[in-house]
Write a protein that binds this ligand. Structure first.
Ligand code: ADP
Length: 155
């Protein structure tokens, strides 16, 4: 099954929203297979946000992502990347639909509560970038047969 990578951003930690956000992914039926709290550094963030390095707001994103520790998570499930992106909503929290994480908990483009991988390829790269193999757990979900039909469990 597919894995995806999520960061609960510094603002989420500071605002006491960690539980609320984790709860949404859990209730949806995603399986948590890795989680840790870290202080991000310029090196790893420059790699992670390399697609934005020419943008005028790049220094501001880096500062924002280092303003407090973050929570890194790896979630597993069928089509996990797309499912998590849908749960998060669009980048600009003010435009994100109600019911999405950004729509319900944000007012900002930059301070938009979460990062989530935007493709299966990006997820693979990001999971490797932020976790080592011993920090990811391959365990059987006790509820998997109540979460999926048999034909959804093929891969
Ligand atoms: P997403 O996080 O939705 O995949 P991007 O990869 O385009 O979006 O941007 C990465 C992060 O950079 C966003 O989550 C947001 O925190 C920040 N960002 C994007 N666009 C802007 C902008 N115009 N102004 C300020 N910050 C931005």
């Amino acid at each position: 099954m597919e894995k995806t990578f999520v960061i609960l951003k510094p603002g989420t930690v500071q605002r006491g929203l960690i539980g609320e956000i984790i709860n949404r992914f859990e209730k949806k039926g995603l399986q948590l297979v890795g989680m840790k709290m870290v202080q991000l550094t310029p090196g790893i963030l420059t790699e992670h946000y390399s697609h934005l390095s020419s943008k005028p707001f790049f220094p501001s994103i880096l500062a924002s992502m280092m303003a407090a520790p973050v929570i890194l998570c790896c979630w597993k499930g069928a089509d996990a990347v797309a499912v998590v992106r849908t749960l998060c909503g669009v980048t600009n929290s003010r435009e994100a639909n109600p019911g999405t994480i950004r729509g319900d908990f944000g007012m900002s483009i930059q301070e938009n509560v979460v990062h989530a991988s935007d493709s299966p390829e990006a997820a693979e790269t990001e999971i490797k970038r932020f976790f080592n193999a011993q920090e990811l757990y391959d365990y059987e979900s006790a509820t998997v047969h109540f979460t999926y039909a048999p034909n959804e469990l093929k891969d």
